[in-house]
Design a protein. Sequence first.
Length: 202
Amino acid sequence: MAKSGGEGADGAPRRGRPRSIETSNAILESAYALMAATGLAATTIDAVARHSSVSKMTIYKWWPSREALLIDAFLHHAAQMLPLPPASSGTPAARARRHAAAYADALQGEFGKVQLAVISECISKTGSAELFYARYLQFRRDALVDMIAEGQKDGGILAEGPPEDLYDAIYGSLFYRYVFGITPITPAYARNLVDLVLRPNG
């Protein structure tokens, strides 16, 4: 069973010197840059070590596997490119529209290709995408599910049913269309999909 994401590479406390944020970021940014530029096969621990000027020993100490490093590199990039919408940025429905539109737009570039490649790598190595869910998707899904539930509670979202199902209907649809090349996957389409699923009140 994969451990859920959190601070640290695998959720377990480590002995020794604390991790350097600067060094950790250099590793994660190098891993993502290599995935985007050269593909997953070429993004080896050796390549990341050379690109980041960090020793392989340090990388192996901080990440339990290559797959965990690749997922965390994707998470690091996603946190900057697709930040979770803060409560101060509008109603739950408005935030859902904005975030879904940004996700649809991101899928059209390197972000979409890297996401699909990392998921494929997880399935190839472990037989499932559970590690990707545990280290990347679960936290983000939970946050957006809570946002939808907030909108249902305050009357801004009229759609009934579990907020988890509403989230999956939006993001599952967008990812499905991306994987199978079903167009359109545009910000405008994503915003319309959110309105169709959530039925915002006004």
